[in-house]
Design a binder for this molecule. Structure first.
Ligand code: ATP
Ligand code: MG
Length: 627
């Protein structure tokens, strides 16, 4: 089975077992300003794993596009990519260990056809301090499955990775580890705050006997060894416990969260320990061989990095990110620039991003319907960055060469970035690979200059408008208030994925950009208008309070705008009907607003959406007015 077939087979397998296939979340989390990217299938589902009811029921499955910028350093090994797809299935208080383990084993061995003899398992060893038992239930279920398949299932305890390197696998198929096999949002049991759920997990590894253990990692190999002989395919978390002042107690509703790498399972299916050999990645490698007239065998590292980074950048572009100097845009820029830098190693001197991106898009287009409409834009965005950077790279490298003998200071690194657009990390990589000396305090000096620059630019923007508000006349205030009402109404009609991506107000209208994958229907537009007009009629009272930013987001769930950076404290605007217990809208915002919504009816009859159109990939734009 190739990767596309495996993705489909997985979703079908779980659909047949009562799961609803839910759409993927975008790579940029829509309601979680604490992380830059969606890095697992579980992340967008956290509220539901914590008890909120999911509209699609309690058995869910999908293939979630993930980006882990923290894995960028690992690119070049046989099993990590920055972008990857995580196959997921979830039980929200429904089935538990028995079904989950049985199904996953069945999927791997029956559907994908993996050799059960090469499957190895880890389970949680228990925690005596917190009286959490060893997860013998999971291990027992695995043991039964192996027994039925006539496979030995010896068990042993390892505890830590260090012990693993000392003692090897002890001949076991099922190994108990400690914290590696415990999941909670805050890590091991000891580090969890009270009232936090957590539980054991069980991980599945596949043995690639053709990979020899590399003693650089430790004297002996074990399942969690980093040499790449055993590769983790997937991992089932069992949310089983709650930490309380009386210790760990069983949760009334226990959940399953499973995540497995599509790329890795696909690699196992073709008996390749190298994920870059799968059907969604190897065509990119082959294209690079063609363009460079070099072989993958001789240029493995550079080709893996280029293929990985461009695939990541393409998906970021599909999801509406553009290269910039901050946050998601910066990571995208870094991916693109690194890819170009490594193309120089292959001797590719000409522009090549458009060609490779088209290939990547064609690999995913059959399964990602959003690509059809966005591909032109995606290629434009990537090509533009390539044009800018090719010039930068030449100038930057020239500048670096000049500094080669005298060593690099933080000021040099800052200048390279600020004046020549040559990213800090790239300068460091160049320095390391060419043995250019770095001054002892280069990092502090660089950060210091960066901070000074940040302060300068803050001063420069002070006095310009806040909160998308161009002026403070009454009509501006009215449109600002209408914007909040509409934002909330859009989320009620279209869903929680709607996040503000920009707002602009003139005397004539409001303009509002937001994430949503498709054109709104007439009916949806009418419903949004009705909700806004109803709220105007209800004459909601508008007040604001100051809150701790974290509290505003995590406790009050106040809405914010994509990409906004907040300080320690924020103003939260509340729009609430008199006598009602719940606000209609809670939003982080600088203000100002009118005092109550009926003011919006002064001099106009109603709120109306004038236009709904595409703004950029995955982003819609509404213009609306009080007419
Ligand atoms: P590893 O230790 O190999 O980095 P992980 O513990 O970070 O894996 P999880 O966070 O449990 O992995 O993610 C679930 C699954 O997603 C993994 O079992 C693996 O199949 C896949 N996965 C995780 N990170 C990557 C990556 N960078 N590239 C490809 N697949 C990945
Ligand atoms: Mg990892």
């Amino acid at each position: 089975m190739d990767a596309r077939k495996i993705r489909l087979a997985y979703l079908n397998f779980f659909e047949k077992r009562g799961h609803k296939i839910i759409p993927r979340a975008l790579l940029v989390p829509q309601n979680d300003p604490t992380t830059l990217f969606t890095g697992s299938g579980m992340q967008p589902l956290i509220p539901f794993l914590l008890g909120e009811e999911h509209p699609q029921g309690n058995r869910l499955t999908n293939s979630q596009t993930c980006l882990r910028s923290q894995d960028i350093e690992e690119i070049g090994d046989n099993r990590h990519t920055t972008f990857f797809e995580m196959l997921g299935n979830w039980s929200l208080g429904d089935y538990f260990k028995k079904d989950q383990i049985k199904w996953f084993f069945e999927f791997l061995t029956k559907e994908v056809g993996l050799d059960p003899n090469r499957i190895y398992i880890t389970c949680f060893i228990g925690d005596s301090k917190h009286k959490i038992p060893k997860d013998e239930v999971s291990a027992g279920i695995w043991a039964d499955l192996f027994k039925k398949a006539n496979i030995d299932y010896a068990q042993a305890e390892i505890g830590s990775e260090e012990e693993g390197y000392q003692e090897g696998t002890k001949g076991a198929r099922i190994l108990y580890y400690s914290d590696k096999n415990w999941w909670s949002r805050s890590g091991k049991p000891d580090d969890m705050p009270l009232n936090e759920p957590g539980g054991p997990d069980t991980e599945v590894f596949y043995l690639f006997p053709q990979v020899e253990h590399n003693p650089k990692y430790g004297p002996n190999c074990h399942f969690n060894c980093d040499c790449g002989r055993y590769i983790e395919l997937g991992n089932s978390v069992f949310m089983e416990y709650l930490k309380t002042s009386d210790g760990f107690i069983k949760l009334p509703k226990q959940n399953v969260d499973y995540g497995g790498g599509l790329e890795r399972i696909s690699a196992a299916a073709i008996n390749s320990p190298d994920v870059f050999k799968i059907s969604l990645l190897y065509p990119i490698i082959q294209k690079l061989e063609l363009l460079s007239s070099k072989s993958y065998e001789s240029e493995t590292n550079s080709m893996r990095i280029i293929a990985d980074h461009l695939r990541g950048a393409v998906f970021l572009a599909i999801d509406g990110v553009v290269p910039s100097n901050k946050e998601q845009g910066y990571v995208m820029r870094r991916l693109l620039r690194r890819a170009i830098r490594f193309s120089f190693n292959l001797g590719i001197e000409d522009k090549f991003i458009s060609e490779i991106s088209q290939l990547i898009l064609s690999l995913y287009e059959p399964d990602y319907s959003e690509i059809k409409d966005s591909k032109q834009k995606v290629i434009e965005v990537l090509e533009k960055e390539e044009n800018i950077f090719r010039q930068t790279l030449r100038k930057g490298l020239r500048e670096l060469n000049k500094l080669e003998n005298k060593g690099l200071s933080g000021a040099d690194l800052f200048k390279l970035q600020d004046t020549f657009g040559f990213p800090y990390e790239l300068s460091l990589e160049e320095a390391f690979s060419r043995d250019i000396k770095l001054k002892a305090d280069y990092r502090e000096e660089y950060l210091d200059l960066l901070e000074q620059q940040r302060k300068r630019s803050q001063t420069a923007t002070k006095g310009t408008f806040k909160g998308g508000l161009g002026g403070q006349t009454l009509i501006h205030k009215k449109y600002h208030t209408a914007t909040h009402l509409m934002y909330q109404a859009l989320r009620e009609v279209l869903g929680e994925h709607v996040v503000q991506h920009g707002s602009n107000i003139t005397e004539e209208r409001l303009r509002f950009d937001f994430s949503h994958p498709e054109k709104m229907t007439k009916d949806q537009i009418a419903r949004v208008e009705k909700i806004v007009n109803d709220q105007i009629d209800k004459d909601l009272v508008i007040t604001w309070e100051e809150h701790d930013t974290k509290e505003a987001m995590n406790k009050l769930h106040a809405l914010g705008a994509f990409g906004d950076r907040y300080g320690q404290k924020v103003k939260v605007y509340r729009m609430q009907a008199k006598g009602s217990l719940k606000p209609f809208s809670l939003e982080i915002c600088g203000g100002p607003h009118v005092e109550h919504t009926a003011i919006l009816k002064e001099n106009s009859k109603k709120f109306k959406i004038l236009k709904e159109e595409s703004s950029s990939s995955g982003i819609r734009r509404i213009k609306a007015a009080l007419i």
